[in-house]
Design a protein around this ligand. Structure first.
Ligand code: SF4
Length: 349
């Protein structure tokens, strides 16, 4: 494994000269013989920086991120972050699901970097690469320290997750929301239980995720839903889209933002292998739909987006169902960069 390259985007690492983000001798490898963590290997590292700047060309509506983990036990077949495991010479398939890098000093680094005179309080997005409330968080408990630092510095932030563990930190979120802008979005692309079990095998069920939305709302923390991914030919039937938007509305989501599956290198190979195994009759159709690259054709994306927006209106989700998912700010170019920089290849859950 290449422990000298923890940056999420190796090209940017070279450009910025950040190089190694932790020393090779700082890696401790652990396994836990509990049913929850059987078969999973944790690589504990002491990172050198934690607040990362999004590469300038990113299409994402945020500039700064914090990612305390690499790899994700939620194991979504389509996960867009799989590619980043290859930068460590780790496998992007099962290895991504079971070899988890844990930046154990993330809370102290966040506190230190927020206190830097060069940091001027820009919005920080979390859950943009891998899920910060994946199962590992139940054991390592990094998020409470991170949220406490953000609260103490009244630093605006957002979280995107599929993890119900976020409810453990409800009180911290509530406290932070009293002093700064806090946005939470939960990712629910569909509610079909059969599809969930095969394509997102390590995640809490869509129903439990929507319960997170409901609970947060009941405690005064508005929560949007990133309806992602909408999976062509498996989760895009009108009745499926309707059932999903109806459930999102019933959970009290403040917004719904649809996003059609995209298949970048790393995710594409793993997804297509899964498709060939579970739905071989769809392989040719997918090859045609994604013939031009990682994204489905514009006409297809527009059709899904338009229909979901119509449903959102029908079910009274809003008012921002046509905009950025809740918690993800418009870009603010006036912000000043901090000292730390770990370039990040961004994904959305
Ligand atoms: S899509 Fe999100 S929740 Fe699923 S494996 Fe990737 S990072 Fe984890």
């Amino acid at each position: 494994m290449r422990w000298d390259n923890l940056a999420d985007n190796p090209d940017e690492t070279t450009k910025t000269g950040t190089g190694a983000l932790f020393a090779a001798d700082a890696v401790t490898t652990r396994t836990f013989d509990t049913p929850e963590f059987r078969g999973i290997t944790f690589h504990e590292v002491r990172a050198r920086s934690i607040v990362n700047r999004v590469p300038g060309a990113s299409r994402m509506p945020f500039e700064w991120t914090v990612n305390p983990y690499r790899g994700c036990t939620h194991a979504c077949v389509y996960c867009f972050a799989r590619k980043t495991h290859s930068y460590l010479d780790l496998d992007t398939g099962l290895g991504f699901d079971s070899q988890i890098v844990v930046k154990i000093n993330a809370p102290e680094l966040v506190r230190r970097e927020l206190a830097s005179p060069r940091w001027h309080g820009a919005h920080i997005a979390m859950g943009t690469n891998v899920d910060c409330y994946q199962r590992a968080e139940g054991r390592y408990g990094l998020m409470p320290g991170i949220l406490t630092a953000l609260r103490d510095h009244a630093n605006p932030f957002s979280i995107l997750t599929k993890g119900t563990l976020i409810l453990r930190d409800l009180e911290l979120l509530r406290q932070a929301a009293e002093v700064t802008e806090v946005g939470v979005s939960v990712s629910v692309g569909f509610t079909d239980p059969g599809l969930w079990r095969t394509v997102e095998p390590g995640t809490p069920s869509p129903e439990r995720r929507l319960n997170v939305v409901r609970t947060l709302s009941e405690h005064g923390i508005g929560c949007g839903v990133l309806m992602a991914p909408v999976i062509p030919y498996l989760g895009d039937r009108p009745d499926q889209l309707r059932a999903t938007v109806r459930a999102i509305a019933a959970a009290g989501a403040t917004s719904v933002t649809p996003l059609v599956l995209h298949l970048r290198p790393g995710a594409r190979e793993w997804f297509m292998e899964w498709l060939g195994h579970h739905h071989p009759h769809l392989v040719r159709r997918y090859e045609r739909l994604y013939a031009d690259g990682a994204y489905a054709p514009t006409w297809y994306q527009r059709r899904i987006t338009r229909y979901v927006h119509e449903l959102a209106t029908e079910y009274g989700i809003g008012p921002s169902h046509h905009g950025t998912p809740r918690g993800f700010p418009e870009r603010d170019e006036r912000r000043t960069p901090p000292a730390a920089s770990e370039p990040t290849q961004l994904t959305l859950l």
